[in-house]
Write a protein that binds this ligand. Structure first.
Ligand SMILES: *Cc1c(COP(=O)(O)O)cnc(C)c1O
Length: 219
């Protein structure tokens, strides 16, 4: 079941990359495992996936002890991070994709883990609650680059959700332009329903939950 879904997502990524004249290796598939148990991460790892995205620090802290032995796994925090949880997040994740303030970046840098970070950008203005505003980006990029123990590699965004993936395109394009303007190589954008559009617009990281694990049942 999971094996088939991975295969389907893999084909979607390859087809989109091919259409866009890009190489498959330029795109990292991040399996989004929020709400799902540690066993889902382990199963996906055994089927070859290596990058995992989690939204909630506490939730992942509960799963982490069950994930021993997955030595090649990289864990990405893709949900909002409060600066008072930065220490525990720095211990759990190798990549923090949702940095949205200089204060948070400073806190993460103080943990001394040589973390990879991305800035979450609010490209839509309305809708999304978290993320740095586009106008704040130049100063934030400078502030993070001046810090010793965080390595700023890219931008991340989540456009307003829509059934129609094409509606995500202008937001993805905007993120790519912003990343280019700041010389940032990574673009984390695109989810289950709009990953093709994201790849066409230059995504280097797609974050896929539902298409791999099925619908999330919140209790
Ligand atoms: C849940 C989530 C995803 C995955 O969404 P799907 O539609 O299930 O693929 C991707 N990115 C973020 C930030 C998320 O919170």
């Amino acid at each position: 079941m999971l094996a088939e879904r991975i295969q389907q997502v893999e084909e979607r990524i390859q087809n989109a990359a091919c259409r866009a004249g890009r190489k498959r290796e330029e795109i990292t598939l991040i399996a989004v495992t929020k709400i799902f148990p540690a066993s889902a991460i382990r199963e996906a790892y055994e089927l070859g996936l290596r990058h995992f995205g989690e939204n909630y620090v506490q939730e992942f802290a509960g799963k982490r002890p069950e994930l021993g032995g997955l030595s090649e796994a990289t864990y990405h925090l893709i949900g909002h991070l409060q600066s008072n949880k930065s220490k525990i997040a720095a211990d759990l994740f190798q990549v923090i994709q949702t940095v949205d303030s200089a204060k948070l970046a400073r806190r993460l840098s103080e943990c001394g883990h040589s973390l990879e970070v991305m800035i979450e950008v609010k490209v839509s203005g309305e809708g999304s609650k978290s993320g740095a505003a586009v106008e704040e980006l130049p100063a934030l990029v400078d502030a993070i680059r001046a810090l010793p123990d965080v390595n700023l590699t890219g931008l991340m965004t989540m456009p307003p959700w829509s059934e129609d993936a094409e509606l995500s395109r202008p937001y993805f394009r905007r993120l790519r332009e912003l990343a280019q303007a700041h010389g940032l190589p990574h673009l984390s954008m695109g989810m289950s329903h709009d990953l093709e559009v994201a790849i066409e617009e230059g995504a280097t990281h797609v974050r896929v939950g539902t298409a791999l694990f099925g619908p999330r049942k919140y209790t």
